[in-house]
Design a protein around this ligand. Structure first.
Ligand code: NDP
Length: 286
């Protein structure tokens, strides 16, 4: 008998999570604010609860996937979580995760960060960060494996959110640059498809292979630059901004990186590699 699971929230992600638990053979109870969402789950065997409290009462393991942290708190306000393990997969900040862990009063609490879109859930590329109760993670690891590769990152409930947000900043940074590149290409009516497949994607893929070298520089002594020092990059960067403006493309996504390069050179890192920018960011925040 597999652990019965309750899923609170049947948005795009909650529905994918419920479906994955059902496929793995777990008895699943679902609840959603708007009734009747995702009717396909009924045919797969999900039971519907009339309230969040009734859904929570149905299973020892309660998986929450709602819009934002405030939604989790309002939904579970006054609901008895005694004896329950709550796994909160709602996107949040580390601070929100810590506060919600303390506030809910569940017997065991795990916070999670889903590194997948709904269609990837249950597939090989998806993974989910978890932090919080190590005992709950070990007890429910098999069930959680039905969703995605589970990655437990520590007892502090805020850690999963930190890993999640760090990866999301990486993703949005890449997408910001790619969005700008497509706008520039489009300013000369280049077709987006061939430009992307022949040039943009291979170029980004090749450039991203330098990430482990940057990480090595951060973790140990700085190595020789790979031939692209920051002074050179900063000097050339003006051309990115000038070309964008001349082509009628808003340069605002690109300007902050130019500013960071200038700061790094002014701080004496002109002969260094990209890893030096991490230190400049830390100084700027402090
Ligand atoms: P959706 O917008 O599809 O669904 C939102 C869910 O939250 C619905 O169940 C909605 O209920 C519920 N909800 C919203 N406001 C309230 C409220 N005030 N009270 C009760 N329930 C409420 O979002 P997703 O399912 O895509 O995302 C859910 C979480 O998963 C988010 O935190 C998101 O960041 C995270 N996530 C999503 C990914 C994705 O690609 N979709 C990827 C990784 C993480 P109702 O049907 O009644 O509106």
């Amino acid at each position: 008998m597999k652990t019965p699971v309750t899923v609170l929230g049947l948005g795009a992600m909650g529905t994918a999570l419920a479906r994955a638990f059902l496929s793995a053979g777990h008895p699943v109870t679902v609840w959603n604010r708007t009734p009747g969402r995702s009717p396909e789950l009924d045919a797969l065997g999900a039971g519907r609860a009339a309230s969040a409290a009734a859904a929570v009462a149905a299973s020892p393991l309660v998986v929450v996937c709602l819009l934002v942290d405030a939604t989790v708190r309002s939904t579970l306000d006054g609901v008895d979580l005694g004896g329950k393990t709550v796994v909160n997969l709602t996107n949040s900040t580390p601070e929100q995760a810590r506060e919600t862990a303390a506030l809910l009063g569940a017997a065991e609490y795990l916070d999670g960060g889903i590194m997948a879109v709904p269609a990837m859930i249950g597939g090989p590329a998806a993974f989910i960060f978890y932090s919080g109760s190590a005992a709950a993670f070990e007890q429910h690891r098999d069930a959680l494996e039905a969703l995605a590769r589970p990655e437990y990152v520590g007892a502090d409930p805020g850690l999963a959110a930190l890993y999640d947000i760090a990866l999301l900043t990486g993703m949005y940074g890449v997408f910001a640059g790619a969005t700008h590149a497509l706008a520039l290409a489009g300013s000369e009516q280049l077709a987006a498809g061939p430009f992307t497949e022949r040039f943009l994607l291979p170029w980004l893929t090749a450039m991203l292979t330098s990430l482990p070298r940057i990480a090595k520089d951060l973790d140990g002594p700085r190595s020789e630059t790979a031939g692209s020092n920051l002074a050179m990059q900063s000097a050339a960067y003006d051309n990115l901004i000038d070309t964008s403006v001349a082509q009628g493309i808003d340069p605002s996504l690109m300007e902050p990186m130019g500013e960071l390069l200038r700061k790094a050179v002014a701080a004496g890192y002109g002969d260094a590699d990209l890893a030096a920018l991490v230190g400049v960011l830390r100084t700027a925040a402090g």
